[in-house]
Design a protein around this ligand. Structure first.
Ligand code: AHM
Ligand code: MG
Length: 314
């Protein structure tokens, strides 16, 4: 029972204790706790760091902000020193970073250190997204992830994670400890929120029709431009769909399979929702390159099925 009743002693389960109660390796418990620790430095950077550009660009040719580079360095250092990571891939690095060739008991991590970083200057919510694989192969289907999580830097800092047996939310308290606030988050089959990315005048006719279908059933538009807060809303309210479809001129949409889509698809599927590129489950796509993108429809399963019907012109 995550919440305390008024007048009763607060029930607080910390992250390490929650993880230890699960049937997972000690190394994975350690790794997830290290990522949670790193996020405390990332939020500090977000709150107080330089809002300017770094003068460099990432593998997509996008200009990096100082905060992108700093958050990446914070995450990477922590992962390298965790002692349980063999390979690291980041949205802000050009290549895979090999920590060690020893794969025994080790994990590989793909992450976006500060997704939505361009929103910090207008003080909107941003986040860190992480997918974890056993062993040293990062180009595996998302279904092979052994854990995924995001950390949301909003009015509160929260971490939503899964190791494949439910999705759980921890919130940072005044001592900067993550304590359990929601356990076994579940999504309903159908929702009433929609969060559509990309320019509407670049949508296909099928996607346009899907939007009209959502509006006709009374769904409310809720789009912040930050993938982490937008997914967090759909997931925690349990009723909605986020989409960033193929666009005219961008057949693979915008979002990146390894760093953004796979971790979110793993979380949403584990909460009873679905994630598709319009044809197949996001988690079944075999990545061919680090910078691979894919269209995405993610959220309540019936809404995702409907999106697939419309996307395929039915
Ligand atoms: P980023 O990784 O460069 O920050 O870009 C990803 C962001 C997501 O957070 C968000 O869902 C999307 O880009 C918003 O794109 P748009 O501005 O086209 O709506
Ligand atoms: Mg990103």
């Amino acid at each position: 029972m995550p919440y305390s009743e008024p007048g009763k002693t607060k029930f607080q389960t910390d992250l390490r204790r929650h993880l230890r109660a699960k049937n997972i390796e000690d190394n994975l418990v350690h790794l997830i706790c290290e990522i949670a620790e790193a996020s405390k430095y990332v939020i500090n950077a977000v709150r107080t760091g330089d809002l300017g550009v770094a003068g460099t660009s990432n593998l997509y040719g996008e200009e990096q902000l100082a905060l992108d580079v700093l958050s990446d360095r914070i995450m990477r250092k922590r992962l390298i020193h965790s002692g349980v990571v063999c390979k690291i891939a980041s949205e802000e690095m050009d290549e895979i970073y090999e920590v060690t060739t020893d794969s025994d008991g080790m994990y590989s991590v793909a992450y976006d250190p500060l997704d939505g970083s361009s929103l910090v200057d207008v003080n909107l919510a941003v986040g860190t997204i992480v997918g974890i694989y056993a062993g040293c192969d990062l180009l595996q289907e998302g279904r092979k992830q052994v854990a995924a999580m995001y950390i949301l830097y909003g009015p509160r800092v929260s971490m939503v994670y899964s190791v494949g047996d439910g999705v759980h939310e921890f919130t940072m308290n005044h001592l900067m400890e993550f304590t359990l606030t929601r356990e076994n988050i579940r999504m309903q089959p159908e929702g009433n929120i929609y969060s559509p990315g990309g320019l509407r005048n670049k949508y296909s006719e099928g996607n346009e029709k899907f939007i009209r279908y959502l509006e006709a059933k009374g769904a409310k538009l809720r789009y912040s431009g930050g993938f982490v807060p937008d997914i967090n809303q759909v997931l925690l309210k349990g009723k909605g769909i986020f989409m960033y479809p193929a666009l005219n001129g961008s057949p693979n949409g915008k979002l990146r399979l390894l760093f953004e889509l796979n971790p979110m698809a793993y979380l949403v599927e584990n909460a009873g929702g679905a994630a598709s590129d319009g044809k197949r489950a996001i988690l079944d796509i075999k990545p061919e390159s680090l910078d691979q993108r894919a269209p995405i429809y993610i959220g309540c399963s019936e809404d995702v099925s409907k999106a697939m019907e419309y996307a395929n012109g039915n």
